[in-house]
Design a protein around this ligand. Structure first.
Ligand code: ADP
Ligand code: MG
Length: 255
């Protein structure tokens, strides 16, 4: 579905030179959610920007369905930490934004947006302005907007980190379900190990900057009905947590 090959990215030159990512390769399979975890500042958002086609890598490349992302605008839909809803637009107009930008007919866009709004529990709020919604509701509007234009891959960069703990756990379950119901493949970038285990089929662990691949774990927990709250006390969850924690703590490889 999506493939990153030996991706490297750096910024600046001379004294300002910062190497953010070094030789990162991975594959995202059809229908899979892959979590990418790493310590703060390791280069996760930089990698996210490369995958989204927003930043040109210094080395290597990313392909979506065999096409390089710099030529494949629109194949990926992304959702960021801040929901970035337009405050002057109503819920439905925010959901329709991506469709509008792509030139879809207004009535078609409205129908698609209303279907999502009904399906994901915001019926009755379609004309509300974002400021009147809770943080959790706003993030749900943001995921609907991402789904509306039917991208092949959904990218999430720390999508819940601005929310309180309880809302975060509820949304992890919601968004996992929405991704599964729509048959989407997704990449979740996060520093939250629990979130990665609760939502992903596989977890790629990155080192501190420059980000390199430390480990790849297959999460063998039932995907359907994986309840982020109940998981916390699950022995398998705790074992994955301990392993990933240990990966993150490893001293940097001598180079
Ligand atoms: P993370 O998302 O893992 O917290 P980032 O990818 O945002 O980390 O940043 C990784 C490193 O790259 C940081 O040291 C950051 O200062 C640097 N960096 C990110 N973007 C830029 C940029 N546009 N110019 C220069 N340095 C940058
Ligand atoms: Mg980041």
């Amino acid at each position: 579905m999506l493939k990153a090959e030996q991706v490297g990215a750096s910024f600046g030159s001379g004294k300002q030179f910062v190497e953010a990512i070094r030789d990162v390769s991975f594959e995202l399979r059809q229908g899979e959610t892959l979590a990418i975890v790493g310590p703060s500042g390791c280069g996760k958002s930089t990698l996210f920007n490369v995958i989204a086609g927003l930043l040109k890598p210094t080395r290597g490349h990313v392909e979506v369905a065999g096409i390089r992302v710099d030529d494949a605008a629109g194949h990926v839909g992304y959702m960021l930490q801040k929901d970035l809803l337009l405050p002057w637009r109503s819920v439905i107009d925010n959901v329709m934004l991506g469709l509008e930008v792509r030139g879809a007919a207004r009535q078609t866009s409205r129908d698609i947006a209303m279907k999502l709004i009904r399906a994901y529990g915001l019926n009755g709020f379609e004309n509300a302005k974002p400021a009147t919604l809770s943080g959790g509701m706003r993030q749900r509007v943001a995921i609907m907007r991402t789904l509306a234009f039917d991208p092949q891959v959904i990218l999430l960069d720390e999508p819940f980190s601005a929310l309180d703990f309880q809302t975060r756990l509820l949304l992890q379950a919601d968004v996992s379900r929405i991704i599964a119901e729509n048959g989407k493949s997704a990449i979740l970038v996060t520093h939250d190990i629990g979130e990665a285990i609760a939502m992903a089929d596989r977890v790629l662990v990155l080192s501190a900057r420059p980000a390199t691949v430390r480990a790849l774990h297959v999460i063998n927990l039932p995907k359907a009905g994986r309840d982020p709250v109940a998981l916390r006390t699950d022995a398998a969850f705790q074992a994955y947590f301990a392993k990933i924690w240990a990966d993150l703590e490893m001293p940097a490889a001598a180079t």
